[in-house]
Design a binder for this molecule. Structure first.
Ligand code: GRG
Length: 287
C-alpha cells in the first residue's frame, strides 16, 4: 500500500475509533454495530479530504473531522445498501454484513446513527470552533451531495436501473450521483478546510469527477465475472462492454492527470493524487 494512504488511513481509523467510543454503555448495542461496520475499509474518501487539505496548506488534524464525517457517511451507505430491501448482501469488507451480525433493525439504526454522527463530527470539532464559516461550507456540500441531490438520489436511480436496460447517458448520471457525489464532497471538504479559493475548488472538483467515474467503472470491471448473460443490467460492463469500459476508465484517469498538471503549474504538489490515479489503473489491471 502507498505510504501516505496507510498513514492517512491510520489517522482516520484512530479518530473514528475515538469518536465511536464504547463508553456510552447505555447504548452499547448500537455502538457495537456502528464500530463493527465503520472501523474498516480503504478510507479513500477520507484520504482525499486530508490530502487536498494538506496540499493547500492545512494541517491534517484540522481536516480530520471532515474526513471522519465522510467515512461515517460511507459506512452508513454500505450498511443500508446491504440490507435485504436494497442489494441484499451477506458480506461486506470481508466479514458478515451489519444486518447479518446484528439483525436488520440494529443495522438500520447503526446506519442512521453514523449518518447523523457525520454532522456531529464537524459541528463539535475544534476546526468548526476556530473557523465556523469553513465548517458550514463543509456541512452544506456534504449534506447536499450525500442526500437526495447526490448519493441517495443515485441509489434510487440505480435500484430502478437494476430492473430494466439502461442507456449510457442514464448510467453516467447514476454514477455521478451514486458514487462521484460523495467523492466530490470529500475533495471539496479538503479544499474548504484549507480555505482554497473558488478557482482552485473548481479545478479540484474536476479531478474528483474524473477520479469518481474511473473508480466506479473499475469497480464494475472488477465485479464482472466474464459472463454478459448474468451480468447486472446496471453494470458499466453490461451497458458498454468490457473493452469500452477499460477505455473509458483510462480516459477518465488521463483527464484527471491533466487537471493535476494544471495544479502543478500553479505551484502546488499534486504528486499523491497522481499516485491515486495510478492506484486505480493498477486495480483495473489486476483483472
Ligand atoms: C443506501 C443510501 C444508500 C446509498 C448507497 C454508495 C452506495 C449508495 C452504495 C454502496 C454500494 C456500491 C458498490 C456503491 C458504489 C460505490 C462503491 C464502489 C462503494 C464502495 O466503495 P469502496 O470500495 O469501499 O471505497 P470501502 O469498503 O473501501 O469503503
Amino acid at each position: 500500500m502507498l505510504a501516505f494512504l496507510e498513514n492517512d488511513k491510520n489517522l482516520i481509523d484512530s479518530a473514528m475509533s475515538t469518536a465511536l467510543a464504547s463508553e456510552y454503555s447505555e447504548y452499547s448495542k448500537i455502538i457495537e454495530a456502528m464500530r463493527y461496520s465503520a472501523l474498516g475499509g480503504k478510507r479513500l474518501r477520507g484520504v482525499l479530504t486530508l490530502e487536498f487539505a494538506e496540499m493547500f496548506g492545512c494541517d491534517k488534524s484540522t481536516a480530520l473531522p471532515y474526513a471522519v464525517a465522510v467515512e461515517c457517511i460511507q459506512a452508513y451507505s454500505l450498511i443500508h445498501d446491504d440490507l435485504p430491501c436494497m442489494d441484499d448482501d451477506d458480506m461486506r469488507r470481508g466479514k458478515p454484513s451489519c444486518h447479518i451480525a446484528f439483525g436488520e433493525a440494529n443495522a438500520l439504526l447503526a446506519g442512521d446513527a453514523l449518518l447523523t454522527h457525520a454532522f456531529s463530527s464537524i459541528s463539535e470539532s475544534e476546526s468548526a470552533k476556530s473557523n465556523p464559516e469553513r465548517a458550514i461550507k463543509a456541512v452544506k456540500i456534504l449534506s447536499e451531495l450525500a442526500g437526495f441531490r447526490g448519493m441517495v438520489g443515485g441509489q434510487v436511480l440505480d435500484l430502478e436501473a437494476a430492473e430494466k436496460e439502461v442507456d449510457g447517458k442514464t448510467l453516467f448520471l447514476i454514477h455521478k450521483l451514486k458514487t462521484v457525489a460523495l467523492i466530490k464532497s470529500s475533495v471539496l471538504m479538503g479544499c474548504y478546510a484549507a480555505g482554497a479559493d473558488e478557482n482552485l475548488c473548481d479545478l479540484c472538483e474536476k479531478y474528483a469527477e474524473n477520479f469518481g467515474h474511473a473508480f466506479q467503472i473499475i469497480d464494475d470491471i472488477l465485479d464482472f465475472d466474464g459472463n454478459y448473460d448474468t451480468c447486472e443490467l446496471n453494470s458499466y460492463v453490461k451497458v458498454h462492454g468490457l473493452e469500452k469500459a477499460r477505455e473509458d476508465a483510462g480516459a477518465q484517469i488521463e483527464s484527471g492527470k491533466k487537471i493535476l498538471s494544471e495544479l502543478k503549474n500553479k505551484g502546488y504538489n499534486p504528486e499523491n493524487f497522481d499516485m491515486l490515479l495510478d492506484y486505480l489503473t493498477e486495480r483495473m489491471n489486476r483483472k
